[in-house]
Design a protein around this ligand. Structure first.
Ligand SMILES: Nc1nc2c(ncn2[C@@H]2O[C@H](COP(=O)(O)OP(=O)(O)O)[C@@H](O)[C@H]2O)c(=O)[nH]1
Ligand SMILES: [Mg+2]
Length: 239
């Protein structure tokens, strides 16, 4: 049931809108409680969102080897069905918890809280949450994360940020992925994609990455480490 796509029913009905607002308020409370718990354990959480097939899992698989070796990492995977993505992550020796949502087109904070209950938080520094592949509904639901990353693959077309502005507007980072395929998708114009992203969110971090060729992975890891350090430094400052 999502505000943007209206998959829970006609959102013009005031009763339906009121129910949805209650669900969101409840979700926000759960997410805030979870984030507070994660902060106490100094676990930094990154929410990866995109269309299905934009390369979220593949980016994670390429990222592990590029991260500092002493960094303790886990992954929470969200899909409607199957353990496939968790199995891909575990092949790299990384702990992965799979959430299967059944029919739900996004993760919510109750789902991620249950997944975090299964992780040893004191033994972790960084957790990636791979949200359900969808450019609409995940944008509505806080899942306790510290940063939102949205992927846009070159195979999707450079106009997607203009067509699905909400999720791109709220992204802390947009990663243009599968850049190794640019020679084959010559109608994808990186400059036009950047303009479309900036058109909905103003200036912000945009990275070009190919998980396959590993191009851009160093800047991606620098971004992650910088955001993580910045978050905890800010938290220590206000504490
Ligand atoms: N050529 C190329 N293919 C990629 C890249 N990243 C992902 N893929 C492929 O795109 C498909 C979907 O990737 P996946 O990581 O499963 O996408 P997800 O649904 O967003 O998790 C798979 O066949 C990947 O191997 C990339 O950087 N370059
Ligand atoms: Mg995946």
């Amino acid at each position: 049931m999502c505000q943007e796509c209206g998959c829970g029913g006609p959102t013009a009905d005031p009763a339906t809108v009121a129910v949805f607002e209650n669900i969101l308020a409840d979700n926000d409370r759960t997410a805030a409680r979870l984030r507070e718990r994660l902060d106490r354990h100094r676990v930094f959480v990154v929410n990866l969102m995109s269309s299905p097939g934009s390369g979220k899992t593949r980016l994670l698989e390429a990222t592990f080897a590029a991260l500092p070796p002493n960094l303790r990492v886990a992954v929470i995977e969200g899909d409607l069905e199957t353990e496939n993505d968790a199995a891909r992550i575990r092949r790299h020796g990384i702990v992965a918890i799979q959430i299967t949502t059944g029919v739900a087109c996004h993760l919510d904070a109750a789902m991620t809280e249950t997944a975090f209950d299964r992780l040893a938080l004191d033994d972790l520094d960084l957790v990636f949450v791979e949200n359900v592949g969808n450019l609409v509904c995940p944008a509505d639901f806080d899942i306790g994360q510290h940063r939102d990353v949205v992927l846009l693959s070159v195979t999707e077309g450079d106009d997607k940020p203009s067509k699905y502005p909400v999720i791109f507007r709220n992204a802390d980072l947009v990663a243009i992925t599968k850049t190794d395929l640019l020679p084959h998708f010559d109608d994808f114009d990186v400059a036009r994609a950047r303009r479309a992203i900036e058109g909905v969110r103003g200036r912000g971090d945009i990275l070009e990455i190919s998980a396959k060729s590993e191009s851009g992975l160093d800047r991606w890891v620098d971004w992650l480490m910088g955001e993580m350090r910045g978050h905890f430094a800010e938290r220590d400052r206000v504490a």
